[in-house]
Design a protein around this ligand. Structure first.
Ligand SMILES: *[C@@H]1O[C@H](CO)[C@@H](O)[C@H](O)[C@H]1NC(C)=O
Ligand SMILES: *[C@@H]1O[C@H](CO)[C@@H](O)[C@H](O)[C@H]1NC(C)=O
Length: 227
């Protein structure tokens, strides 16, 4: 079976909504505080109730603190934490893998996105030989997001490590029992050097989860013009 047979396309509606948030952000940024307070004074002067309310805090795609530049994709990959917090993979504000979607599994979770069309491809959760086939079958021009929940090391074999290393991972060979690990890679093109691509944190019996993994994350913006 083809790994990308079940593509789901981001709907135009969703994109339009995201775009209008973005526009709202810029419009409100254009109205400086001086203009705001000046217009409040004016309104008070003519004896009318000011109608201007403080703008609601802007929520950015994938809960970033600041928005990605136009012409780039937002991503955030968050590993599981403790026993309760499940891993998440967010891309363009879509949760590809999450507890709510019910597709997080113990081990290494992988999501593949068609970089050109922004089509989302499957979630996969296992760490056996299937993982090698899954990664090798990912088409050229894909983004691959990977993240651990609970333990991703025990069933991780050398061939799988090599495949992930070939995608640019420097940490896959350092995975230990219940290490947290988050990784993004591109197949068939190169990601910029200056974006977050990989993090690992080894479990520690003295951590706040008593030896369960501590959550780690990578996030950033991927330009859309790399191919
Ligand atoms: C990815 O999307 C592009 C543009 O829509 C399309 O031409 C290409 O066939 C897609 N790749 C796969 C593997 O579906
Ligand atoms: C790993 O997590 C612990 C907290 O659980 C933290 O103190 C430590 O700095 C983290 N290490 C890295 C490399 O992020």
């Amino acid at each position: 079976t083809k790994p990308c047979a079940g593509f789901v396309k981001l709907s135009g509606l969703l994109l339009a909504t995201l775009f209008s948030w973005y526009l709202g952000y810029f419009l409100s940024a254009l109205v400086s505080e001086e203009v705001l307070s000046a217009s409040i004074t004016n309104l008070q002067d003519i004896g009318k109730k000011p109608v201007i309310r403080a703008p609601a805090p802007k929520r950015q795609k994938c809960d970033h603190w600041s928005p990605c530049a136009p012409g780039s994709y937002a991503y955030r990959v968050l590993s599981g934490g403790g026993k309760e917090k499940l891993a998440k993979i967010c891309f363009e504000d879509e949760l590809l893998i999450s507890e709510a979607k019910g597709n997080v599994g113990r081990g290494i979770n992988i999501a593949i996105v068609n970089y050109t069309s922004n089509q989302l491809c499957i979630a996969f959760t296992d760490h056996s030989a299937e993982m090698v086939a899954f990664i090798e079958n990912a088409p050229q021009g894909s983004l691959l997001f990977m993240v651990t929940h609970d333990d991703g090391s025990t069933r991780l074999k050398n061939d799988a490590k090599q495949v992930v290393e070939k995608l640019g991972s420097k940490e896959i060979k350092n995975m230990k029992f219940r290490s947290s690990w988050a990784f993004v890679a591109a197949k068939g093109f190169k990601l910029p050097d200056n974006i977050q691509k990989e993090k690992i944190n080894h479990s520690d019996k003295n951590n706040r989860y008593g030896g369960w993994p501590a959550e780690i994350q990578i996030e950033g913006c991927i330009p859309r013009n790399l191919i």
